[in-house]
Design a protein around this ligand. Sequence first.
Ligand SMILES: C[S@@+](CC[C@H](N)C(=O)[O-])C[C@H]1O[C@@H](n2cnc3c(N)ncnc32)[C@H](O)[C@@H]1O
Length: 112
Amino acid sequence: MSQKYDDWIKNNFKKQYEVFKPKIASYIKPDDSVLEIGTGTGDFAFYIAPICKSVTGTDISHDMIESAKQKNVEIRYKNLKFQVEDAYDLSFDKSMFTKIVSCNVLQTMKTH
Ligand SMILES: C[S@@+](CC[C@H](N)C(=O)[O-])C[C@H]1O[C@@H](n2cnc3c(N)ncnc32)[C@H](O)[C@@H]1O
């Protein structure tokens, strides 16, 4: 499923991602500890890992997080980790982070 997701984004939304990724990244500073909500397979987390202190990519989907972790087995960013989390019920204190980012997620979240 996550591979299909990556192909779907690449084939249908490449141009949009090329615009909003640098735009959001322009707010990230080298000393930022970033929490990403709804990281999917980690595309944006991998994009910003080289320009900040740390990134924690979270997603409610185990499949997406497994895929993101697999990618980092090859890429090996030491300042990047992934974990399954529901944005409505995070298991950690948000004050651990200096920035919280989320791309293309809100419309997929269940309302409570
Ligand atoms: C359209 S995808 C976008 C993924 C990634 N941000 C990207 O741009 O490629 C939306 C993601 O939000 C996640 N998501 C939906 N509801 C969530 C929730 N309550 N908590 C965390 N992640 C959630 C989905 O599992 C999915 O991976």
